[in-house]
Design a protein around this ligand. Sequence first.
Ligand code: FE
Ligand code: FE
Length: 183
Amino acid sequence: MSPNEIATEILNVFRERGHRAYGEGVSEQEHALQCATLAQRAGEESALVAACFLHDYGHLLHDLGEDIADRGVDARHEQIGANRLSAWFPAEVIEPIRLHAAAKRYLCGKEPDYLGGLSESSRKSLALQGGAMTDGEAREFERHPHFDRSVRLRRYDDRGKQPEMATLGLEDLRPLLERLART
Ligand code: FE
Ligand code: FE
């Protein structure tokens, strides 16, 4: 696939399924665009902006329904998304996506106030994802080459749940995706 075809495929998935509820009063598409917009405004490198946009792409690929955490199911959306996208983008995009659930577990273990600031659905899925990291798990996570990016993505993720936030549009992300896509 050419970079143009890759970007078109991804944007079409958002057009077809992005209306799905993310929770907290925003759709999947709104959440993705908010995270990308927050990262861009903060001056993040383009790979991290793309990772923010695509971090929950896995939610759009499974058909397990919108309320799976309520039903006690962990779809491993971070793995589904990273695996699907890995043929198209470099590790700087893919690994923060793969690790964004782990980054939540890390922050819950490291920062006493972090858990209280999480949205209700994030707290629900935390238990399914393995709960807060132990000190040993956290030390190992810190040695991961994409540790820092993953934690940064996670903080935009947590803030990207604002009904009514003005954001980039879907097509604004196309040049970024095309530049990063590898053929
Ligand atoms: Fe997620
Ligand atoms: Fe998210």
